[in-house]
Design a binder for this molecule. Structure first.
Ligand code: ATP
Ligand code: MG
Length: 411
C-alpha cells in the first residue's frame, strides 16, 4: 500500500492486459512475507525487454541492464509530479532468464530468456527465489523458499559450492542477509563460504563496501562481524576483526539505537587493538568510502572519549567539538560507549538546544582588533582564541571588556 507498491501493481496489470505473465519477484516477496517494508518492488515477466519497452513506450522506459534483460519503467508523469514529497524511482522489470556460464566469478557470460522456474533457479538464496502472483494472490515457490523463511534459514538455491564459485559476492550477501534478517546460515552453505572465503578478493571494493554498510547499519552488526570472522571472510575484508573485544563491542552496539554506518564503524574500531585511524585509512581505500563518511568516523574516533569524560570539563573545551559538522555522530558514539555518562547527557542537551547559545556571536573579531591598532601576526590568533574561550566560559561578557583584555595581552 505504498506508492512504490501501487506502481508495481500498475505495471503488472498493464503487462497482463498485454497478454504477458508478470509477477513480483525476489526481495520484495521475502520482505512482505516477513512483514518488513521492502526496499524496492521488482517485477519479473515473460515479456522480452523489447516487448516491455513497447508496452510502456520507449520514453517511459530506461534500458537499465539490457544485456541482463532488465528494463526500468518510469512512473507516469502525473504520478511523479503531483506529489513532490514522493519521488518514485523507476521500477525494475526483468525478463525471466537463465544465466549462462560464469567465467570471471562475478557475472554470467551470457543470459538466455526462460520461464519463471528457470528464473527462480538462477537466484541466490531460497528466501530470495520466490514470486508473488497478484491475480491469483499466491506465492509461487519453486525452491522451497517458504519453508526456509519460516525456519529462519539462509540456504543457496542448488549446490552451495557451485553457486559461490559462479558469483563470489553471494558469500558476503549471505552474511548480510543473515545479519539483517536474523537468519542462520544453513550448514552446507556456511561450509561452502568457509571453503571459498579467499575468493572474495575478486569482488570490487564498491560492492564490498555496499554490503558492509548494510551489515553495519543492522541492529545485529555485532553478530554480522562475528559471522564474518567465523566464515573466514573477514581475513580478506577486515583482517583486524579477529582481535575484536567482542564482549565490550557488543555491549556498545546494544546500548545504542542510533543506526548509522559511521557510528557503527567508530564503535567497532574503538574495540579493536592497534591504531584505529590507520585501520580506517585502509578501510576507506578498500571499501571506497566517501570522504564524508571517513571524516565523520574519524571525528568520532578522535572526540567521542572526550565527550564521555566532559562532565567536569570547561565549556570552552567541549564547545568546539559540539560545533563540528559531525557532532551528532560524535555524541551518538560517546553515548554508546558510556550510556550513563553525565558528560554525554550534558553534550546531548547542548546539541539539541538553541544553536545561538551553543555557538554565540563572538564578542570581538579579528577585524575589531585591527581597527583598534593591533597588527595581525604571531600571537594574534591565540589572543582571539583565549578571548573566545573566556567568552564561552562566561568570564568575559561584554565587547568592551573583551577589547580591553585584547589590548592588555597585545604581543
Ligand atoms: P535488498 O533490496 O533488500 O538489498 P534484495 O533481495 O531485493 O534485497 P537485490 O540486490 O535488490 O536484493 O536483488 C533482487 C533479487 O535479485 C534478489 O532477491 C535475488 O533473487 C536476485 N539476486 C540479486 N543478486 C544476486 C546474485 N548476486 N546472485 C543471484 N541472484 C541475485
Ligand atoms: Mg531489492
Amino acid at each position: 500500500n505504498s506508492p512504490e507498491a501501487a506502481e508495481a501493481v500498475r505495471i503488472i496489470t498493464e503487462l497482463k492486459d498485454a497478454g504477458f505473465v508478470a509477477v513480483l519477484a525476489g526481495g520484495c516477496v521475502r520482505d512482505a512475507l516477513l512483514g518488513r517494508k521492502p526496499k524496492d518492488f521488482d517485477v519479473a515477466t515473460d515479456a522480452t525487454p523489447e516487448s516491455v519497452r513497447e508496452v510502456f513506450g520507449k520514453r517511459s522506459t530506461l534500458a537499465f541492464g539490457e544485456s541482463f534483460g532488465v528494463i526500468g519503467v518510469l512512473p507516469p508523469r502525473s504520478a511523479s509530479t503531483d506529489d513532490s514529497s514522493t519521488k518514485l524511482m523507476p521500477t525494475e522489470v526483468a525478463t525471466f532468464r537463465a544465466d549462462g556460464n560464469y567465467s570471471d566469478g562475478r557475472r554470467p557470460d551470457s543470459v538466455t530468456y526462460g520461464d519463471a522456474e528457470a528464473d527462480a533457479m538462477r537466484r541466490d538464496f531460497t528466501i530470495n527465489g520466490m514470486f508473488y502472483d497478484l491475480f491469483e494472490s499466491k506465492v509461487v515457490d519453486y525452491v522451497g523458499g517458504m519453508e526456509d523463511l519460516e525456519k529462519g534459514h539462509l540456504r543457496t538455491i542448488g549446490k552451495a559450492t557451485q553457486r559461490f564459485e559462479e558469483d563470489k559476492l553471494r558469500m558476503l550477501r549471505a552474511v548480510r542477509f543473515a545479519t539483517t534478517l536474523g537468519f542462520s546460515i544453513e550448514y552446507k552453505t556456511f561450509a561452502a563460504i568457509q571453503n571459498h572465503a579467499s575468493d572474495i578478493s575478486v569482488v570490487s571494493g564498491e560492492r564490498i563496501g555496499a554490503e558492509m554498510r548494510r551489515v553495519m547499519t543492522s541492529s545485529a552488526s555485532d553478530f554480522g562481524l562475528e559471522t564474518l570472522v567465523d566464515t573466514g571472510l573477514s581475513l580478506h575484508i577486515w583482517p583486524q576483526l579477529r582481535s575484536m573485544n567482542w564482549t565490550e563491542y557488543s555491549r556498545a552496539v546494544q546500548a545504542t539505537k542510533h543506526r548509522s554506518f559511521e557510528v557503527a564503524m567508530a564503535l567497532a574500531l574503538f574495540h579493536l587493538p592497534g591504531d584505529s585511524i590507520q585501520c580506517l585509512r585502509f578501510i576507506f581505500n578498500d571499501w571506497k568510502l566517501s570522504v564524508a563518511e571517513r571524516r565523520a568516523i574519524e571525528a568520532a574516533l578522535t572526540h567521542a572519549e572526550t565527550i564521555t569524560q566532559c562532565d567536569g570539563l570547561r565549556w570552552s573545551r567541549l564547545q568546539p567539538i559540539l560545533i563540528e559538522e559531525d557532532a551528532k555522530i560524535i555524541v551518538a558514539t560517546a553515548r554508546a560507549l558510556a550510556p550513563k555518562s553525565r558528560g554525554v547527557a550534558r553534550a546531548a542537551r547542548a546539541l539539541s538546544g538553541d544553536p545561538d547559545e551553543l555557538n554565540p556571536q563572538p564578542l570581538v573579531t579579528g577585524a575589531d582588533l585591527i581597527a583598534n591598532g593591533m597588527r595581525p601576526g604571531p600571537g594574534f590568533k591565540s589572543i582571539l582564541r583565549s578571548i573566545r574561550d573566556d567568552q564561552l566560559d562566561g568570564k568575559l561578557t561584554s565587547r568592551e571588556e573583551a577589547l580591553k583584555r585584547a589590548l592588555q595581552d597585545k604581543p
